[in-house]
Design a protein around this ligand. Structure first.
Ligand code: PLP
Length: 432
């Protein structure tokens, strides 16, 4: 299968090139040239299938032409070593828990899949590939853990010194092996600028092979469709209309849901659940897309002012605002509303949300109609945001999963760097 660019200004490429390049040459995002529907038999058997089995069937529709069946099965099964349970929180409102992976956030699914797919493609070449990733927290941990121990790949995580939470820092500084943490004396923007400079450095690229693992990459983005099918598989009453509420930042997660729907998953609506960074909500209401600088909120993984995957949504619906607003509605909540939701759900049901999931839950509570079942994506474990969540529900009420505790035990190892490119470049040139 070939991949085209959302800017339609560069030739189509193979899956291998789409994955190793990340972004198209014309700066557009790659899209698969076909989205094939799943057969009726798939939907009649889905409830009896495991997450791994049903995901493999979905994966074949995208990657089946380009990867031998046995290899693809291995990639899918090794990626999904955890489930995404569907938990009823309130009448007709379910939490799709996406935090049971190694770093307790949904990004584990895409990062683990991408690591294995990249490794498959590199296997033929036998040269070392260096993955550069700038992070403000969650992405670095998912990518580092996803690529941990994958042969032929070294990961370099650039993060701003003193600006990530303890648990986030431990998740990518304690791993060792093929993961190196670079602690940059600067901001997240400085980290991103360093990575960008490296990608523009043609001399450097003659010496070492570098690639990026951000959410624009099709190998991180497409596998996120798997768990929408898994949610449907686990839903007992399939006679009601289903609405997915997706806490959104860069909109990779929601766009993957739209792909699932195009493949035949019976979804009535998607809710773009936003914090105060509500550019898409405004677009849905007005038809005008107006990016603006992001503002900080307590659901910080959604603090995005110009969501990169929005280009994919426009492309999927041929820029037709009416078509898009027929399938998507939006909401926007401020920090007080997020805290209020977290507390009231905890008090009335005992279920502990994280700040991002709270946005998704509240959107369903307010927008769900008679006869509809709502599923919100619980994108991270509340313990990843212990400080914020404890402020709301009280100290000692946010249990830390063993997995996260294990990270806390490890010893932090990082290399400190100034934010100037010359020093970073010197480090890269010395890599083989
Ligand atoms: C990355 C992230 C999001 C936003 O997901 P997008 O795919 O960028 O819309 C939401 N919640 C959490 C916890 C995240 O880490």
């Amino acid at each position: 299968m070939h991949y085209y660019s959302t800017n339609h200004n560069t030739p189509n490429v193979t899956l291998e090139l789409a994955v190793t390049q990340g972004l198209a040459a014309d700066r557009g995002l790659f899209m698969p040239e076909r989205i094939e529907p799943m057969p009726a038999s798939f939907f009649s058997e889905i409830s009896a299938m495991s997450f791994q089995e049903l995901s493999f069937e979905v994966a074949k529709k995208f990657f089946g032409e380009d990867i031998p069946e046995y290899t693809l099965q291995k990639i899918v099964f090794n990626t999904l070593t955890f489930d995404t349970p569907l938990v009823e929180v309130n009448e007709n409102i379910y939490s799709l828990e996406l935090f049971h992976g190694p770093t307790s956030a949904f990004k584990d699914v895409g990062a683990r899949f991408m690591a294995r797919l990249l490794s498959h493609f590199l296997g033929k070449e036998k040269k070392m590939v260096h993955v550069l990733v700038a992070t403000s927290g969650d992405t670095g941990s998912a990518v580092a853990n996803g690529f941990l121990g994958v042969s032929g790949i070294k990961v370099h995580v650039l993060y701003p010194k003193g600006k990530v939470s303890d648990i986030q820092e431990k998740q990518f500084t304690t791993l060792g092996q093929n993961i190196t943490a670079l602690e940059i004396d600067g901001t997240f923007d400085d980290c991103q600028a360093l990575v960008k400079s490296a990608f523009m450095d043609e001399e450097l690229k003659k010496k070492i092979t570098i690639t990026s693992a951000n959410s624009i990459n099709v190998a991180r983005f497409l596998p996120q469709a798997f768990y929408y099918f898994n949610a449907w598989a686990k839903l007992k009453d399939k006679s009601r209309d289903v609405v997915f509420s997706v806490p959104s930042g860069n909109f990779g997660n929601l766009t993957a849901g739209l792909f699932a729907q195009k493949m035949g998953l019976p979804v009535k609506k998607f809710i773009a659940a936003n914090n105060l960074n509500d550019i898409v909500f405004k677009y849905l209401n007005s038809g005008v897309y107006k990016p603006r600088p992001s503002v900080s909120t307590i659901a910080n993984a959604m603090d995005v002012g110009d969501p990169s995957n929005f280009a994919r949504i426009l492309d999927l619906f041929n820029n037709d605002h009416t078509a898009i607003s027929n399938i998507m509605v939006g909401t926007s909540y401020n920090d007080d509303q997020i805290r209020e939701t977290l507390l009231s759900v905890y008090k009335s049901t005992g279920y502990l949300l994280d700040p991002h999931g709270a946005v998704g839950y509240r959107a369903l509570k307010e927008l769900l109609k008679e006869g509809e079942t709502g599923i919100f994506l619980e994108t991270a474990h509340p313990a990843k945001f212990t400080e914020t969540v404890e402020e709301v529900v009280g100290k000692g009420n946010v249990p830390m999963p063993q997995k996260l505790l294990n990270f806390m035990k490890g010893e932090k190892l990082s290399i400190e760097f100034p934010s100037t490119y010359e020093t970073f470049r010197g480090y890269l040139v010395d890599l083989e």
